[in-house]
Design a protein. Structure first.
Length: 277
């Protein structure tokens, strides 16, 4: 079955109530997991960038906005508890080594490498050393970048799955380039999923499944009008429900690739081929 990930990221806006609402949506829609992001804002952005002006509900600078949208480890303890109650898998993509180490206490089943971190060798080595199954997004990257990341995970014998991705929010449909899914499969001899940032629920994700994507990750929000960069490229509850429903239908339609005579064919076989008996 296609593994479906609801990417919450920071769409919760630093609010646990919002996060729980989105977790509920993901669970009720039939998603297999929810994913968050964790970063040390002061470590991954320059002081000049963080001091730059930006009007937001939390202040007048990039720093004020970005700090307020990040969950603390204590807040993730509440997320861990809530996801266990809801019986849904959760995990994170960490953007720096300090965050990766801090999240180890939760013993989540999976890791995720964000496209932005694909060339962060030290972080990749830290993740690979944990030997958790890891989803690796490949947006804004060259084949050489991907190859270097794959080498690290194979060096540490850490199982992984690449995710074809386009890092614009939202992604123009004509730049999806879904034929990369079988290309990556053949080149790296591994599973390949799709991490999408398009506005449509199904126009790109469903063809990705038909081309062999083993996982689908989509940004999810409770309300697209909420503040944030990712909201416009996120699915609201109805869109997510439609996506999950259609993926499960497509899986049945695609079948297993093994030729067989179906029980529903037998009456016609007896009737239409009796002349040759």
């Amino acid at each position: 079955m296609v593994f479906i990930i609801a990417e919450i990221g920071t769409n919760h806006l630093g609010n646990l109530k919002n996060a729980k609402q989105i977790i509920d949506v993901a669970k009720d829609s039939g998603c297999d997991a929810v994913k968050f992001q964790k970063r040390n804002v002061e470590k991954i952005y320059t002081k000049e960038f963080l001091d730059s002006p930006l009007d937001s509900p939390w202040g007048k600078t990039q720093r004020q906005m970005r700090l307020k949208r990040e969950f603390s480890v204590q807040q993730f303890k509440e997320i861990d508890k809530y996801c266990k109650q809801k019986k849904i898998i959760w995990f994170t993509s960490c953007w720096d080594t300090e965050s990766q180490i801090s999240m180890r206490q939760f013993k989540t089943k999976y890791n995720k490498v964000a496209s932005a971190m694909l060339t962060h060798k030290k972080l990749l080595e830290l993740i690979a050393q944990e030997k958790k199954y890891t989803f690796i997004s490949t947006g804004m990257s060259t084949m050489k970048d991907i190859q270097n990341a794959v080498k690290i995970f194979r060096k540490y014998k850490c199982n992984f799955e690449l995710m074809h991705c386009h890092s614009s929010y939202p992604m123009p449909h004509d730049e999806a380039n879904l034929k990369m899914i079988p290309v990556l499969k053949k080149k790296f001899k591994c599973k390949v999923g799709y991490s999408g940032h398009e506005t449509s629920a199904t126009n790109v994700s469903i063809p990705a499944v038909m081309l062999g994507a083993s996982s689908i990750e989509r940004h999810v929000t409770f309300n697209r009008t909420w503040y944030g960069y990712d909201q416009a490229a996120s699915l609201e509850p109805q869109g997510l429900q439609r996506l999950v429903r259609d993926i499960r239908i497509i899986e049945k339609i695609l079948g297993d690739g093994k030729k067989k005579i179906w029980p529903s064919e037998i009456p016609n076989k007896k009737k239409l081929r009796q002349i040759f008996c």
